[in-house]
Design a protein around this ligand. Structure first.
Ligand code: PDD
Length: 286
């Protein structure tokens, strides 16, 4: 089966789908995006993803390419046309095409691209059961990480470093030595007394949709959450560490820069949160 991409109103063969050379997404990373999980033929937490997309566009004063209901139709249609039952749907919105100049162009129509891709469920489950290693990198990103822009070069460099050092994810650390988040995930630890710790969602991190839904899961389990920064040293001494994202859902972290977290085995709290996650998440049938 050949893949299909949606670009500005048309469903096209993926290999032939294009945006213009003067698209501001390409020229300035003047663009935002979302990644939504598809699980058993349902979009997971679409409402929260579309809420965040609207917020990202609002913060950048970027016009929406279409209304929310229409966007949801496109997301479902792309998932459907690509026969994705388990995987992800990706959407990018840019400020559109205009002759290269820094200020916002007048009257440019926003660009909208939607793609979908299946994932290997068995591989993802095996990874979660085994746990992953992370590598630590300085956080060199800009000051508005709360906006989900496609300006992901610093994230890509950190992830590349991680992969070259046998790690699955990079943990980014601010100038004071506190972990901000992962290159494409939020960062968590579990303290000796069983509390979940994750950094407060200010301008320094992305407020993950998975992170938000995990607050609901934690409430169900009567687990206490502390929203505060933690250091790499505290994470190494923690009972457990884990990451969350629409891609990973919850994955235990078993090593940080080669040093074991806890006893080096995937944490039971992280695996329990993973197992219960979808009971608290919203599912919209494709
Ligand atoms: N990344 N922090 C960063 C920097 C991210 O890029 C992501 C997600 C998250 C987690 O957000 P959510 O739970 O809403 O997926 C946190 C996506 C999946 C990506 O870029 O592929």
């Amino acid at each position: 089966m050949s893949r299909i991409a949606y670009v500005n109103g048309r469903y096209l063969a993926h290999r032939e789908a294009r945006v213009h050379i003067e698209d501001r997404g390409f020229q300035f990373a003047d663009s935002v995006y979302e990644v939504c999980e598809i699980r058993d033929g349902a979009l997971i937490d679409a409402t929260r993803h579309l809420d965040r997309l609207e917020r990202s566009m609002g913060e950048l004063r970027m016009p929406a390419p279409m209304g929310r209901a229409a966007l949801l139709v496109v997301l479902r249609e792309v998932a459907r046309r690509n026969l994705v039952r388990n995987g992800h749907v990706y959407l990018q919105v840019s400020r559109g095409v205009a002759p290269r100049d820094f200020p916002f162009p007048a009257g440019a129509a926003p660009t909208l691209v939607v793609t979908a891709r299946s994932k290997n469920v068995a591989e993802a489950e095996a990874r979660a059961l085994k746990g992953v290693a992370v590598a630590v990198r300085p956080d060199i990103r800009w000051g508005r990480r709360d906006i989900k822009t496609t300006g992901l070069l610093a994230n890509a460099l950190a992830k590349q470093h991680a992969r070259e050092h046998g790690a699955f994810e990079a943990w980014l650390v601010d100038e004071r030595g506190f972990v901000t988040e992962g290159a494409s995930s939020n960062a968590w630890i579990v303290t000796a007394d069983g509390a979940l710790v994750t950094r407060a969602a200010d301008h320094m991190i992305l407020r993950g949709v998975t992170r938000t839904t995990l607050f609901d899961v934690a409430a169900e389990l009567q687990l206490r959450i502390e929203e505060r920064p933690f250091t790499v040293e505290e994470a190494r001494r923690a009972r457990e560490a884990f990451m969350t994202s629409a891609n990973s859902i919850v994955i235990p972290i078993v090593a940080i820069d080669g040093a074991k977290v806890g006893d080096g085995a995937p944490g039971p709290t992280a695996l329990r949160l993973r197992a219960l996650f979808h009971a608290s998440a919203e599912a919209t049938q494709v």
